[in-house]
Design a protein around this ligand. Structure first.
Ligand SMILES: N[C@@H](CCC(=O)N[C@@H](CS)C(=O)NCC(=O)O)C(=O)O
Length: 225
């Protein structure tokens, strides 16, 4: 059986959603990252990088990097409605989108939520956040243009986990503003939110994102050290 390590306010629900969609048996182990449990000796022995999510495979391998975990599970369990197979012509666009979200959108979200890690000077924090946000928005602008030309999903008429991945991060942004600014992303978000499994996860993500934003107002500059 798989073991998934995740926790509140983390990206672990992305992996959990794939496990649920595939009806794959797993055990969930919560790591309390708000109280620094991801830096405990016990967890560092599992992932020395001190990051969640982590997936332990039935064979006992320890895997991390959320995008890799989602694609790995979809491939291994032949969830071709979530990820085109390796010989499917859509595979290239699928991988390109997933890698772009992981490397260029998600990474800026991290900079936005952990600005204090990117400078030694407290006064830089607001500027770092502004820059991260504007970079995310410029990347969403490109995505919006692409979806307008060939949507409504990242793969055109076909839903994939890339859509859910993007929407997850939209939920952690100022969603209303993003949707007003980018109509094709708004359409994608509504389509994904209307799907039974993904919709439930997105609603929960919206709730968590709201709570996270609330915490950020009481501790501007970063909730986690
Ligand atoms: N590149 C990794 C990043 C994982 C990551 O940053 N996870 C966050 C939770 S969503 C975390 O563990 N944060 C704790 C920290 O940065 O100290 C991935 O995409 O899985």
């Amino acid at each position: 059986m798989y073991i998934l390590y995740g926790g509140d306010f983390t990206r672990a629900p992305l992996v959990q959603w794939v496990l649920e969609e595939g009806k794959i048996a797993y055990e969930f182990r919560k790591i309390d990252i708000l109280n620094g449990k991801h830096r405990s000796a016990e967890f560092l022995a599992i992932n020395p990088a001190g990051l969640v999510p982590v997936l332990i495979t039935p064979e006992g391998d320890t895997l991390y990097e959320v995008a890799a975990l989602m694609v790995y599970l979809a491939d291994r369990h032949q969830l071709t409605d979530l990820a085109p197979s390796s010989t499917d012509p859509d595979r290239g666009l699928f991988l390109s989108t997933v890698f772009h979200i992981a490397g260029d959108i998600q990474s800026e979200m991290k900079r936005f939520h952990f600005p204090h890690r990117f400078s030694l000077r407290r006064e830089d924090v607001a500027g770092i956040q502004d820059l991260a946000k504007s970079l995310v928005l410029s990347r969403l602008d490109v995505m919006n243009t692409r979806l307008a030309a060939k949507g409504p999903y990242a793969l055109g008429p076909r839903f994939s986990l890339a859509d859910f991945y993007l929407c997850f991060w939209i939920a952690y942004l100022d969603r209303e503003t993003v949707c007003l600014q980018f109509p094709s992303i708004a359409r994608l978000y509504e389509l994904v939110r209307s799907r039974p499994g993904a919709g439930t996860y997105l609603e929960e993500t919206e709730r968590m994102a709201g709570a996270y934003r609330e915490m950020m107002t009481t501790k501007p500059g970063g909730v986690i050290a």
